[in-house]
Design a protein around this ligand. Sequence first.
Ligand SMILES: Cc1cc2nc3c(=O)[nH]c(=O)nc-3n(C[C@H](O)[C@H](O)[C@H](O)COP(=O)(O)O)c2cc1C
Length: 190
Amino acid sequence: MYSAIEVIQQRRTLRRFTSEDISEDTIQHLLTAAMAAPSLMGRKPWHFVVIRDPEVKKRIAEAFRVHPQLAGAPVWIAFLADVSASPAWRMDLSAAVMNTLLQAAAMGLGATWIGTVDSKWTPAQVEACRTLHIPEGWELFAFVAVGRPAEQRPPHVLDPYIFSTRVHEGQWDNRRQAPFHQSRPEGGER
Ligand SMILES: Cc1cc2nc3c(=O)[nH]c(=O)nc-3n(C[C@H](O)[C@H](O)[C@H](O)COP(=O)(O)O)c2cc1C
C-alpha cells in the first residue's frame, strides 16, 4: 500500500507497453477514479469512450501525431466534455484525467495523457470525433493511453532548489526553504 505522495511521485508518463491486455475490472477502477474528481458545483461534465480497437487507436494516434508506440497501448480512454454543463469543463476534465493517471500508477500500470490543445489539433479532433461518433456539443478533451508498462522512469523527487525558487512565504519576495533535504536530481528540473 503506497501513500498518496508515493503514488504522485512515482507516476511518470510511460509510452511503451507490453502486449498484455488489461481487464474490464481494471478499466472500472480507472473510470471510478476519474469520476471521483472534483468539478465545479459537482456538475461532473464528463463522458468517456473506452477504445480497444487497434485500427481506431492507430488512426487517432496518427491524426494526433503522437509517439507511434502509444497506439500499442491496449486501451485508450477518450475524455469528453459536455461544454454546456459547466464553464469549468477544462478544469473538471483535467482533474478527471489526473485522477485516472494516479489510479493507473497505483495499480502498477503505465499511462500517458494525450492532450488536445485546441487550434493546433483541430483537424485531428475532427477526425477523432468522426471516428468515435461524438455528437455536436461535446468537446474531445484528452485521451489516456494505458497498459502494462514496458519501460520504467525514475520517480519525481523534491528538489530543494526548485522548491525555494517556486514557493513564496506570505508574499512574493520571501522565498521558502524546502522543509527537508533531498539531493538534487541529475539534470536539474524535471
Ligand atoms: C495537457 C497535457 C498534454 C499532454 N500531451 C501529450 C501528448 O500528446 N503526447 C505525449 O506523449 N505526452 C503528452 N503529455 C505528457 C507530458 O509530455 C509529460 O507529462 C511530461 O513530459 C512530464 O513527464 P511526467 O508526466 O513523467 O512527469 C501531456 C501532458 C499534459 C499535462
